[in-house]
Design a protein around this ligand. Structure first.
Ligand code: F6R
Length: 599
């Protein structure tokens, strides 16, 4: 949450900062601001609302400086307002900071500072950082920041400037921060999307590290002040990958990228008769698997449980990372803990990973973002190679996560010397074409969306491996169209939710020709008998179900294991079109942020 970008070099800082903020806006967008050293004077401009409000501000015109820091906010302490927007200054107005994270002991530090005469003007936890640095500053900014960091508890990604200094100080603990290395210029950002246009040479700061950055030098220390040597790494993503490429929204682009992104997850891992992974597991020693994740990634974990238990017969538990971390979970040396995260920065998932490691489990990460904290802290893992996901609602990461879990299940089976089902491997190879086929239904799905966009509630129903797909369909709809939706196992409906069914409530069934088909049919009849509207995701040629439903999408027959990857694309498209018809910018839904780096 919250995005940070900073620049030092010979160019005018403002356009670079605004560009970076626009790229980071998916991390938070209730206010934005920047501070630039303009003729050795610190100048600050802040606006409530999206980055566009800041970008069009006339106050930016006079800012010529070439050192600056900027921030787009997702409120944690204090309402979204200009006052609470970053950057925050100390009393003298010569130090400015931008902060991502939460300072947990800010109340006591605030009282201490007020007692010493500091005037704190915002309601944020972040402002106290500026005042503490000011308190300690005696001409050495890095030293004052180090003293401050030794006092604050919680999480931070920080960029700091002082009007007397030709430098940026950056620091991190628990919130991602990277340094971009250019020619006679340097950048700081929450993630690479903000600076990819300018450089692909990246230094990934670790927790408890502080960097002093001038236009041609970066020196990194740990929190004790000891020097750390960092290598500069090259990112493989191209600047083009973070543009919309003619699509109306990032979400739509990312939905349409799925044939390619799933192919990228499979590449080099799936062969005609085997699976090759570089994870470090001793499958015969694993007696239990625990998968932890949040949100959409948690839904893929539920599908992973189904796949691993079916194919490998090892018991799997799935936990919300936020619950796992606090309930003293039973984890042993023979347990494998899999953490799933698109961003690799989700605070709860990272804390769950630490919990698992402390308890001695072997840990595997299924992560999209290379260089992210989770990716660096797991014992081994699989990258999704889905490319950057910018739309706040996760789409391509979800299908790639399930693909990765399927590969992992097959790998475990193979390493336990059990034969792999060649038919399944063949089916997996066809996944990109299968997804292409679903994408062809986009216009038909829009027509259905037109009929349903005014509904206030939805039910999504599925069974077995497709129950988590129903959960994901409901999550997609509610988060981007603000329509209340619930996902349920189809047969569970009659134990409560059926009371909601009337002619105004659409029920979206996943009811394909599988072993649960007849049961699903009965559940559909139950809704029909109560005049509920029915949408069915069924199997090609199934006229019976098509007649029963008000709207149907029929897809070619496929095997159970790959069906969630294909089916969910229909759910994604329906949610997208409903949100678009409601004129909601689903790339930045209200109250949400892409990367949730706070608890
Ligand atoms: C929903 C969505 C969120 C994320 C969740 C975990 O569309 O994107 O529910 O799935 O915040 O994020 P990651 O996977 O980055 O850990």
């Amino acid at each position: 949450m919250c995005g940070i970008v900073a620049y030092i070099g010979d160019k005018r800082a403002v356009p670079i900062l605004i560009y970076g903020l626009k790229k980071l806006e998916y991390r938070g967008y209730d206010s934005a601001g920047l501070a630039v050293i303009n003729n050795q004077k610190l100048e600050v401009v802040k606006k409530k609302g999206k980055v566009g409000e800041l970008a069009k501000s006339a106050e930016l015109k006079g800012l010529k400086g070439n050192i600056g820091i900027a921030h787009t906010r997702w409120a944690t302490h204090g309402e979204p307002s200009e006052l609470n927007a970053h950057p925050h200054l100390g009393c003298n107005g010569d130090i400015a900071i931008v902060h991502n994270g939460i300072i947990e002991n800010y109340q006591s530090l605030r009282s201490l500072l007020i007692g010493e005469g500091h005037k704190i003007s915002s309601e944020t936890d972040s402002e106290i950082v500026a005042h503490l640095i000011e308190k300690f500053y005696e001409g050495d900014l890095e030293k004052a920041v180090l003293q401050t960091l030794n006092l604050v508890e919680g999480a931070f990604g920080l960029a700091i400037i002082h009007e007397d200094k030709n430098e940026i100080i950056a620091a991190r603990k628990g919130s991602p921060l990277i340094i971009g290395v250019g020619k006679d210029e340097m950048f700081v950002a929450s993630d690479v999307s903000a600076i990819l246009k300018y450089t692909k040479e990246i230094i990934y700061l670790n927790d408890n590290e502080i960097a002093k950055i001038t236009k041609n030098k970066v020196s990194v220390k740990n929190i004790l002040g000891e020097k750390i040597n960092h290598k500069v790494e090259e990112v493989k993503w191209s600047a083009g990958q973070i543009e919309k490429n003619g699509f109306k929204h990032f979400m739509l682009k990312e939905i349409f990228e799925q044939p390619e992104s799933v192919q990228n997850t499979l590449r080099g891992r799936l062969y005609d008769d085997k699976v090759k992974l570089s994870v470090k597991i001793q499958p015969n020693k694993v007696d239990r698997i625990i998968i932890v994740a949040c949100g959409t990634s948690w839904h893929s974990a539920l599908i992973g449980k189904f796949l691993i238990e079916k194919l490998v017969r090892i018991p799997v538990e799935v936990d919300y990372a936020s619950e796992f971390r606090y309930r003293d979970p039973i984890v042993g040396k023979n347990n494998l803990v899999i953490v799933i995260s698109q961003s690799g920065e989700t605070a709860d998932t990272l804390a769950a990973l630490h919990e698992a490691k402390n308890k001695g489990a072997n840990t595997i990460g299924i992560v999209n973002t290379v260089g992210s904290t989770i990716a660096r802290e797991v014992d081994s893992g699989m990258f999704l190679h889905a490319g950057p996901e910018i739309g706040v609602a996760s789409t391509k990461a979800f299908t790639c996560q399930i693909t990765a879990l399927l590969l992992l299940a097959l790998y475990l089976k193979q390493e336990r010397n059990e034969p792999l089902d060649k038919k399944l491997l063949k089916e997996m190879k066809k996944l990109p074409q299968r997804i292409e086929k679903v994408l062809e239904y986009s216009d038909d799905i829009r027509k259905i969306a037109r009929k349903l966009s005014r509904c206030n509630d939805f039910l999504y129903l599925g069974r077995g491996i497709n129950f988590p797909v129903a959960l994901e369909g409901a999550l997609k709809l509610k988060e981007i169209s603000y329509i209340h939706a619930e996902g349920y196992p189809s047969a569970e409906m009659k134990h409560g939710p059926i009371a909601l069914v009337d002619e105004n409530l659409p029920s979206f069934f996943i009811a394909q020709k599988d072993k649960m088909y007849e049961k699903n049919l009965s559940n559909i009849e139950e809704v029909k008998a109560r005049k509920g509207k029915i949408i069915v995701l069924g199997t090609e040629g199934d006229q019976k179900i098509a007649q029963l439903a008000d709207y149907s999408i029929l897809l070619p027959q496929m095997c159970e294991e790959i069906s969630p990857i294909v089916n969910v694309v229909v759910m994604q498209l329906l949610a997208y079109h409903i949100a678009d018809l409601k004129k909601i910018n689903m790339d930045k839904p209200r109250n949400l942020a892409k990367s949730v780096t706070v608890e």
